[in-house]
Ligand binder design. Structure first.
Ligand SMILES: CC1=C(CCC(=O)O)c2cc3nc(cc4[nH]c(cc5[nH]c(cc1n2)c(C)c5CCC(=O)O)c(CCC(=O)O)c4C)C(CCC(=O)O)=C3C
Ligand SMILES: [Fe+2]
Length: 408
């Protein structure tokens, strides 16, 4: 077909249409000692983290000169995305803004709007369903856009933001993790390699937040751990199976464990902690452990401190050989996966039915978060969060602010 007005020809000319930019939305981190305390104040405002925990976490950052690796890693990812888009003829500018530190989200949106962009896709650097990786980012988008509209920032009134779906089961996320797990196995001394177990790690969150994670119609919602745990178990299984195939060793034990717990000790959070897990498998006769941080997209502070510093020290004390797999970071396969998600979503927005790539049994995640997806507070007795209750009114951005990412 050569008619330039047919949808496919138009799509070939501007494959991301109707979108005109991509925003990388991340956590942010301090870039010097003087940033650490104000950064932690931003992260924990209104979240009830004990002061002692904050002082302790500040020390983790000071141990690294007050610099979190996360911003440099996001700059690398930006670079990889721009290279990948350019190499594949995708003319889509990429912007970057953070929740907790400069460059801030609100400034990125101001720039996007001033540059004339109107329909913007958002890649949040969080692969799984849960409040902090899903709804909290949507709240951040709504709040920043609300602020710009109040300011009367040029273009802000027309700006519409659509968050891309969760990508935990996309091959561009899973396959680099498989390679990195194989590389971490190869780092172990040869005699313990075949007996090494896999410990997949992710951020612990309060049990109540895990139980209510995901969309209300998600089969995992209501099961212990909700979509958060179900999705992590799926990624872990996919990686473990691919590692078994590559090594020819079937039945290597693996477990999903947690790290970076904070909050009150009286509130139950997901367990076991990686350090307790290392002690348990050591007592059980494990020869070695490979820690695989599937919960994170880059080797940021939770990885370089909580795993490489704290968990490694615990393993050393036990005399248990350990190694740690790298995260996806700026892997070109991940950049290509982002391009795939962009083109897929653009196709959907044009009313087409694009292939929606996902490995395993759970299928691709939803594009539009339904009203009670990943609520901030656990619904009492696991029922739906009542509309307009304290749990939702502060958190649920109105449709106008959250764009097509919000369905009510
Ligand atoms: C699920 C999840 C992810 C993964 C998904 C995603 O990436 O979104 C994640 C990522 C990250 N968490 C990070 C840092 C922190 N998280 C904290 C606190 C918390 N995280 C939580 C959850 C998550 N966090 C929760 C439930 C809290 C309790 C307070 C609250 O309910 O909000 C605190 C406060 C101190 C403390 O208590 O640890 C800090 C400093 C950094 C930056 C690292 C760097 O600087 O390199 C990153 C990427
Ligand atoms: Fe969600």
């Amino acid at each position: 077909m050569s008619d330039a007005r047919t949808p496919s020809a138009a799509a070939a000319a501007a494959p991301a249409r109707p979108y005109d930019a991509l925003l990388l939305l991340s956590f942010g981190g301090p870039e010097g000692p003087e940033d650490v305390v104000p950064f932690l104040e931003n992260v924990t405002r209104g979240r009830g983290i004990p002061r002692e925990r904050l002082a302790e976490v500040g020390q983790h950052y000071f141990l690294f000169g007050g610099v979190s690796p996360i911003n440099a890693q996001n700059r690398e990812l930006l670079d990889a995305l721009r290279k990948d888009f350019a190499a594949h003829g995708l003319d889509l500018p990429v912007y970057w803004g953070n929740r907790n530190w400069a460059p801030y989200l609100v400034d990125a949106l101001r720039e996007l709007a001033a540059d004339g962009h109107r329909r913007v896709l958002v890649l949040a650097t969080s692969a799984y369903a849960n409040y902090s990786g899903c709804r909290q980012y949507r709240e951040n988008l709504a709040a920043a856009l609300g602020q710009l509209r109040e300011e009367g920032a040029p273009g802000a009134a027309e700006l519409r933001l659509d968050k891309l779906r969760h990508f935990y089961n996309h091959p561009g996320f899973v396959r680099p993790m498989v390679d990195h797990t194989l590389a971490a196995l190869a780092e172990l001394p040869e005699p313990v390699r075949d007996g090494a177990r896999l410990a997949f790690t992710t951020h612990s969150i309060p049990n109540a937040l895990a139980d209510s994670s995901g969309a209300p119609d998600d089969p995992a919602r209501g099961a212990p751990g909700g979509a958060y745990v179900a999705q992590h178990r799926e990624t872990a299984r996919l990686v473990a199976e691919a590692v078994a195939e590559a090594t020819g060793i079937a039945g290597r034990p693996w477990e999903l464990v947690y790290q970076s717990r904070s909050g009150s000790p009286h509130t139950p959070w997901l367990e076991p902690d990686i350090c307790d897990h290392l002690a348990a498998v050591h007592a059980d006769g494990a020869a070695a452990v490979v820690m695989v941080p599937i919960g994170f997209v880059s080797d940021h502070m939770e990885v370089v401190y909580d795993l490489d510093t704290q968990a490694r020290a615990a393993a050393e004390e036990l005399g248990l050989p350990v190694s740690r797999a790298g995260t996806v970071g700026a892997d070109p396969r991940f950049a290509a996966a982002v391009r795939d998600l962009v083109l897929e979503r653009a196709g959907s927005a044009r009313g087409e039915r694009p292939a929606r790539c996902a490995l395993g049994a759970l299928g691709p995640s939803h594009d539009l978060c339904p009203a009670d997806c990943c609520p901030a507070l656990a619904p009492p007795g696991r029922g739906p969060v009542p509309r307009g209750s304290a749990a939702t009114s502060a958190g649920n951005p109105p449709p106008a602010a959250a764009g097509a990412d919000w369905k009510d």
